[in-house]
Design a protein around this ligand. Structure first.
Ligand code: FES
Length: 83
């Protein structure tokens, strides 16, 4: 089983970012336009304070953008494959 670990990256306060929902972007977390031709689009987001953040790469975190360690939970991954 492959786990997609989060990407630790620096984000600037109030800057507009686009979170990749298709998983095809080069870093897997920030949109680079690679979703073109798919039905998926990025999610716009900002942070209130500049700093380093863990961004979700497994696409299974409940909040959708920031890692909540769901990539380490085998039960959650199994349920997702059964749906
Ligand atoms: S590259 Fe994945 S949503 Fe844009």
């Amino acid at each position: 089983m492959v786990f997609f670990r989060p990407v630790y990256t620096y984000l600037e306060a109030d800057k507009k970012y686009h979170f990749c929902n298709c998983g095809k972007s080069e870093d897997g977390v920030l949109c680079d336009g690679s979703h073109k031709g798919t039905p998926l689009t990025p999610t716009k987001f900002t942070v209130k304070k500049s700093g380093n953040f863990y961004l979700c790469k497994c696409k299974k975190c409940y909040n959708g953008i920031f890692c909540d360690s769901n990539h380490t939970k085998k039960e959650k991954l199994t349920l997702d494959f059964e749906v």
